[in-house]
Ligand binder design. Structure first.
Ligand code: ZN
Ligand code: ZN
Length: 108
């Protein structure tokens, strides 16, 4: 493969990974970065977005981390398990994708 083919694939993958870590649409940013490699600079400069149910702030270092992570990837500290009220069975259960009591999705 010529490097003219490999280069956009690499910039696309990097753009997708960086966008995904910032809680943004990785598919769109991956394609954009493959087409316009200069957009990588934009992706790196973009502030992370807080998405409800997708990302949250680390209680120790304040950095944005993924919802459901057991460890912060910034400060490497073990995160406390958050308890939420299940909308289906009305029990307090660990904040996961599904309820450990009734096994239904906790995401609305
Ligand atoms: Zn942290
Ligand atoms: Zn439940």
């Amino acid at each position: 493969m010529s490097r003219f083919v490999i280069f956009p694939i690499i910039t696309g993958i990097i753009g997708a990974i960086v966008a995904d870590r910032k809680g943004r649409n990785w598919a769109i940013w991956g394609i954009l970065c493959a087409l316009f490699p200069l957009l990588l600079i934009v992706v790196f400069a973009l502030p992370p977005v807080l998405k409800r149910g997708v990302t949250k702030n680390c209680p120790y270092c304040g950095q944005i981390i993924r919802h459901g992570d057991s460890k912060c990837r910034h400060c490497r500290r073990e995160l406390p398990i958050e308890m939420v009220l299940c909308p289906n069975c009305k029990k307090f259960v660990p904040d996961k994708d599904y309820c450990i009591e009734c096994h239904r999705s906790l995401k609305i």
